[in-house]
Design a protein around this ligand. Structure first.
Ligand code: ADP
Ligand code: MG
Length: 401
């Protein structure tokens, strides 16, 4: 069965789990519970650009993770997830170290570790996470989990939560150093600072950003999950980072630069002879130009031009950067043949996970039916679809309907 959900009418609200599942898992307690929500993200355009110091254009989405949090009278943190049977307990009075046996709990544990290092007076708390965000599908459930933990625990400690940039940076550090995933800053930024109906134009070098209104009108962004877990993603991701650094070293014999996005193609041609390294650089330089064009055409409401840029971005990631893989190529190929599609590309690191397509609203069911049958025939896998829109970043939902 194909899945079409998360349209505007369906907010990521998970009220019922609060009372029933929470009390079942944690028992009755003396303190009031509070609830928080962090969205996942898509990257509209600017892929493999964050670690090259450039401009990216992610948006938070209306799929996310919710946390119900109830303070305790001791210094224990007890974490449950509706999506993972492993219960996690952390004693705030003892050093928090990475522990493979803690499984998914290392994501929140790393954030608690960083908050304690910053001197935040954390409270013992019972927590239940529940989610509408697929895990490991390239929609940044890991960043959502980290940012949600930081925001919730800061709020419960009555510490300021308004510096969302600082929260994003703290969570990136936790994912890099505690969990050991070498991610850039884009995911945490989008999850923390997303805004309804806006994309974020983020400079990954300076961390300056501004919002680009996304007026979709008669169109919608459809997320297409290949249902293929990302394979080789970590090793290939690290390899691409190393290749970009190798190009930069060759260019730096001439003039030092902060990131590969600042190089010109003529510089690359005169300093880099290796054909693979040239193609990697070509993706980075051309993708950066596409991000700049995309922000202009989006601001002008030219969705046809935006769609073409998405498709060009996918071709560059497939041919020059070689991070798409057969499943993402199959689903994007199917999308481009399907009714109502203005453009499509992979989103996230690649090698499986999700792609996005810009689709006429009136054609969405024809579109998903067509993509499903072509993709199923090509791969034997059942895809999932989420009709999505740009949503707010992390926030408290206590008291919301
Ligand atoms: P992505 O960020 O693309 O979803 P990652 O591999 O970076 O994929 O992060 C997925 C990991 O994040 C999961 O394996 C799990 O450890 C953790 N995680 C995400 N969401 C949840 C959740 N709702 N419950 C428990 N763990 C989660
Ligand atoms: Mg992740």
């Amino acid at each position: 069965m194909q899945e079409v959900r998360a349209d505007r009418s369906e907010a990521v609200s998970m009220r019922p789990f609060f009372t029933e599942e929470f009390v079942h898992l944690h028992g009755p307690g003396d303190h009031e519970a509070r609830s928080f929500l962090a969205p996942g993200r898509i990257n509209l355009i600017g892929e493999h650009i964050d670690y090259n110091g450039g401009l990216v254009m992610p948006a938070a989405i209306n799929l996310g993770i919710a946390a119900a949090c109830r303070p305790r009278s001791d210094h224990l943190v007890r974490l449950h997830s509706s999506d993972d049977p492993l219960a996690v307990e952390i004693d705030l009075d003892r050093p928090i170290e990475p522990d493979p046996a803690r499984g998914w709990g290392n994501y929140p544990a790393g954030v608690l570790h960083e908050l304690l290092l910053q001197g935040v007076d954390l409270r013992g708390t019972d927590v239940l996470f529940t989610t509408t965000l697929p895990q490991g599908a390239g929609l940044s459930s890991s960043a959502a989990m980290g940012v949600l933990t930081a925001f919730s625990f800061l709020a419960l400690a009555e510490a300021p939560t308004s510096d969302l940039k600082a929260i994003a940076l703290l969570c990136q550090k936790a994912e890099n150093q505690f969990v050991g995933v070498n991610c850039g800053i884009m995911d945490q930024f989008a999850v923390a600072l997303g805004k309804e109906d806006c994309a974020l134009l983020l400079n990954c070098e300076s961390h300056d950003y501004h919002y680009v209104p996304v007026a979709m009108g008669a169109h919608a962004c459809v997320i297409m999950n290949t249902s293929r877990q990302r394979r080789l993603a970590d090793s290939k991701y690290n390899k691409r980072r190393a290749e970009c650094n190798a190009v930069l070293r060759l260019l730096e014999t001439d003039a030092p630069r902060n990131g590969l996005v600042h190089a010109s193609w003529s510089d690359v041609l005169s300093h880099v002879s290796d054909p693979v390294l040239r193609r990697r650089a070509h993706h980075v330089i051309s993708e950066q130009a596409r991000v700049k064009r995309a922000s202009r055409v989006l601001a002008a409401g030219d969705l046809a031009a935006f769609g073409r840029l998405l498709t060009e971005s996918h071709a560059s990631l497939r041919d020059d950067y070689e991070v798409t893989g057969s499943h993402l190529d199959a689903i994007v190929g199917a999308a481009l043949q399907a009714p109502g599609c203005l453009g499509a590309r992979m989103t996230g690191a690649g090698f499986g996970g999700c792609a996005i397509a810009l689709v006429e609203r009136a054609e969405i069911s024809n579109f998903t039916a067509s993509v499903r049958s072509a993709y199923l025939a090509a791969t034997g896998l059942e895809p999932a679809f989420y009709v999505t829109h740009a949503a707010d970043g992390v926030h408290e939902t206590t008291g919301e309907g």
